[in-house]
Design a protein around this ligand. Structure first.
Ligand SMILES: [Zn+2]
Ligand SMILES: [Zn+2]
Ligand SMILES: [Zn+2]
Length: 244
């Protein structure tokens, strides 16, 4: 099933910078249980458009409803678009959605990256040298508890909070070594973090009901029939768009 609707006019800017209104079109497709919605604002025969295209739901939401469309219909249409577009590419199972993991997934958190400070690196190095020398001299090299603790410290450390306590003596915030490398802090969303990387991370976390690991494949979430019925009862676009 496929249809084209024209829910609203959107504000666009002409080349000279003046405000104008352009008609928006959306194509709704429902094939083999998969819903897909794409939009275009002010499509032109040249193949260009005067506003956004594709997943331009946010621009369309701000438009002025036209023809038979009401604000309520426009709002409902845009929330269906947000919720159900590409329903066959869900990283979560239905139980995880019931538990709100889909909302959790987009929650941003800060990670703090640390490296051993130079003082600690020098201590590790000198312990290595003196132990090696003792072994070469036929002696037994033994480290005391504090030395063992320092010797075992990993070079880099990522924490879900700022460093504190003893660890703060050994580490300093990571400096980016090349453009694009993470610096001292980094923002990620919980859906992209394994629980080992962040205590609240859900990537790969098994569903308590069926055991499905979040984010490990794409699952299909069935679109409710009333949603499909509502979409395909919307008024057909009164004008033929140049393209959609
Ligand atoms: Zn990182
Ligand atoms: Zn994983
Ligand atoms: Zn499940």
């Amino acid at each position: 099933m496929k249809k084209v609707v024209s829910p609203c006019f959107c504000k666009v800017y002409t080349r000279s910078g003046n405000e104008a209104a352009a008609r928006a079109f959306c194509e709704i497709q429902f094939e083999d249980g998969r819903l897909s919605i794409t939009g275009v604002i002010g499509p032109m025969p040249s193949g260009n458009c005067r506003g956004g295209a594709g997943q331009c739901v946010d621009a369309i939401r701000k438009g002025h409803p036209c023809d038979e469309w009401t604000q309520e219909m426009l709002d409902k249409f845009c929330s269906i678009w947000d919720e159900w577009h590409l329903n066959d590419m869900r990283p979560y199972c239905k139980h995880q959605k019931e538990l709100g993991w889909n909302k959790l997934a987009v929650t941003p958190v800060t990670l703090y990256h640390y490296r051993l400070n130079s003082k600690t690196l020098r201590r590790q190095e000198s312990m290595k040298k003196s132990s090696w020398k003792m072994l070469c001299d036929g002696m037994t090299a033994a480290l005391n508890d504090n030395q063992i603790e320092v010797a075992k410290l990993p070079y880099s450390l990522t924490l879900p909070h700022e460093i504190s306590g003893d660890a703060a003596l050994y580490y300093e915030p990571q400096k980016p070594l090349y453009p694009g490398m993470a610096g001292a802090t980094e923002t990620k969303t919980l859906g992209w973090l394994h629980p080992e990387e962040h205590p609240d991370g859900i990537l790969g976390k098994p569903c308590p009901v069926c055991g499905y690991k979040y984010g490990h494949s794409w699952l299909t979430e069935e679109v409710p029939q009333d949603v499909i019925d509502w979409l395909f009862n919307l008024p057909e676009s009164p004008v033929e768009p140049a393209w959609v």
